[in-house]
Write a protein that binds this ligand. Sequence first.
Ligand code: CA
Length: 245
Amino acid sequence: MNGDRRRVLVVEDEASIAEAMAARLRAEGFAVDIASDGPGAVAAATLDPPDLVVLDVMLPGFDGIEVCRRIQAERPVPVLMVTARDDETDVLVGLGVGADDYLTKPFSIRELAARVHALLRRVERAGQLGVDPAPGDPSASTTSTPATEPPLRLGDVSIDRVERRVVRGDREVHLTPTEFELLVYLAGRPRAVLSRDQLLGGVWGWPGDVTTRTVDSHVKSLRRKLGSELIRTVHGVGYALQVPR
Ligand code: CA
């Protein structure tokens, strides 16, 4: 990163809230841009690509869901979605809109900063570590993903851990950073039944702050994008990756 500060785009139409968020994030060492409506957010993300986006749902122009869709179409970028109520979060989680985490108003600025740091840590750790080795897999790496690591193949789904790309059939599938990390985590333990708590610990790394609902929403997104047969629900336990025979 050559000493460059990490860039956060704050998208919020209430100027006083936007300024408070930006001030705290700048104090934490981030470079911060502010956008106050949907079109402005997409333009800012295109002009100066951020490392993370803090995205209010209710915006003038078009809403945060549409912003998330458009900026994620360009390239994967972690999104922390800000909602007005818990039940709004439930709806968005159900829709699988592609945000990596949710924060409900009102929240403390301290909480916001903690979430931003945690999400960036998670994404960066995923980029550095790649997949954990599966027990007994001699090709598995222990500390890093070598540049020569071959793609993982699961039926017609191919996962390139070096370039962080996923192809289904002959079509590239866009995954958010968290969806990618969850897929790689599951793929490193094929057929193993993993509890939601295990997935929270392994993928999210801070189980105290996210709920099992987050796991469910990301599994739902992966099924929608990669086929419902890829991940099996084990009722009362958790999930398992299906390996086509
Ligand atoms: Ca708003």
